[in-house]
Design a protein around this ligand. Structure first.
Ligand SMILES: [Zn+2]
Length: 87
C-alpha cells in the first residue's frame, strides 16, 4: 500500500456508498461512468473502500501501467449527496 492517496478526504468511505463514479483518462481523453452495477461488482470482488477502488481503476484504452503512472481524473458521486427525497 505505497503511495496511497491518504490526503483524500473520501479515501476510507465505502464503495457501497457510491452512487456512480466518473472516470476520465488524461492521457487519451477516454471517459466512462461506473454505475451502481459496476460498483457492486467491484465490491463483490473485495474492493471495499474508495481508496482501494481508485487503485483498481485503469483506462481500458491505454496500455497497463502502474498506479503511480496513471493519469486519471476520478469524480465520485456519493449516494447521500445524489439522493434528495421529499417526505
Ligand atoms: Zn487512456
Amino acid at each position: 500500500m505505497s503511495r496511497a492517496p491518504v490526503d483524500h478526504p473520501n479515501a476510507m468511505r465505502l464503495v457501497v456508498e457510491l452512487a456512480s463514479l466518473y472516470v476520465a483518462c488524461d492521457d487519451c481523453g477516454h471517459s466512462r461512468v461506473l454505475d451502481l452495477n459496476s460498483l457492486k461488482k467491484a465490491a463483490a470482488l473485495g474492493v471495499h473502500n474508495y481508496m482501494q477502488l481508485c487503485r483498481k481503476i485503469r483506462c481500458s484504452e491505454c496500455p497497463k501501467v502502474p498506479v503511480s503512472a496513471r493519469n486519471l481524473t476520478i469524480r465520485p458521486t456519493w449516494v447521500a449527496e445524489s439522493v434528495y427525497t421529499v417526505a
